[in-house]
Design a protein around this ligand. Sequence first.
Ligand SMILES: [Zn+2]
Length: 447
Amino acid sequence: MATPFQPKNNSQAAGFSQKQLIERIQERFENLSDERTGSNISYQMSDAALSAFSVFFMQNPSFLAQQKLVEKSHGKSNLQTLFGTHKIPCDNQIRNLLDAVPPEEIYPLFNFIFKGLQETGYLKPFASIENSLLVAMDGVEYFSSQKIHCDKCSTQTLKNGETHYNHKAITPVIVSPKQSQVIPLAPEFILPQDGHEKQDCELAASTRWMAREQSLFTDQSITILGDDLYSHQPFCEQILAKNWHFILVCKPDSHQTLYEWLEDFERIGKISAYTQKKWNGRQHITTEYRYMNHVPLRNSDDALMVNWCEIKETNEKGKVIYRNSFVTDFEITDDNIVEITAAGRARWKIENENNNTLKTKGYSFKHNFGHGQQYLSSVLATLIILAFLVHTILEYFDACYRLLREYLSSRKMFFDDIRALTRYLCFDSWTNLLEFMLEQLEIPIPN
Ligand SMILES: [Zn+2]
């Protein structure tokens, strides 16, 4: 099998090009489940999946309609040249075909990219405490309706008595306090599970994700980051059983026993404290750290003993500008408390850099593209996350893409320009499109 990784040399970064990634995506999509029988099949599954993916990749809900016009005037379209589709299905055909595809069939693409990043050393700058990768977990809603629903919808009764139907997923991402980007991993959907009467929940879905993806991290340990919901003993035990680590938000309201112990230790002066003052470019910030190792997570004889820490930042006026507390399995010392709290704090990136980007930065994650009868809404959500991942990867490996993204300052401007160009012109390849843009902007094309 051809590998997309080129041997690393000093002058050129090894990695993925858009063409190689699309080829790999095509190959996976050609093998998606196809329930249709008979010979009267005018569209291939890969046409449906690539067409849906192209809409998210190009951040253009009208991309397919536009490409039908481009095909009329040019004899071919950007959907064919940039994404390799054969024919352009209509929206309803896409929805019908994708509804039968379990999203798990797309997950191997995420793992393929992760392995590629690992092999080429691009994950090294992401390594954090004790050389582990920080994996932040969070739940996010991607479909909601008061009318449309299915037996896989989660439900919530609103104050006015109406039912709110929704679909949620956990969307794990690799984060680092030192990296502005995040690397999305395959999601896990919060759906009623066979044999369980109760509604599914975020913690159960996260536990399934860990079991499913365990083999991905055989060469490198990970540290799970999560909000207060995750600092729950059975979940922590699952993490430890995999020889992984955790740094989880732990609030007083939900962890009474632990905080009662801390109060007792405080009284006898056993809580360690460490203070740091730093100039942030505008003013001096005082950061106070407190920590205590070996405290029970819950009130039971078999309570898991965890290590607790707190960070509090105060500005020159004495105003508290940040405060949070965490529990972890890492033994806390004066030497690693700064690193541990920085890692725990990096959890916000899943909300800000991942979920918020998916919802508001052109990916329209919460726009209901379709609900379907079986898998449609979750397949579309998976394709959106995949598009975001491919964009992230291109910033690492595609020098033309990176230059243009920097030059055009915002993601919106970049995709607005691409939308206009691909509406009027047909480009032979992605490289051809990016080089055309660079030339028009009089930016030298990188080697
Ligand atoms: Zn549903």
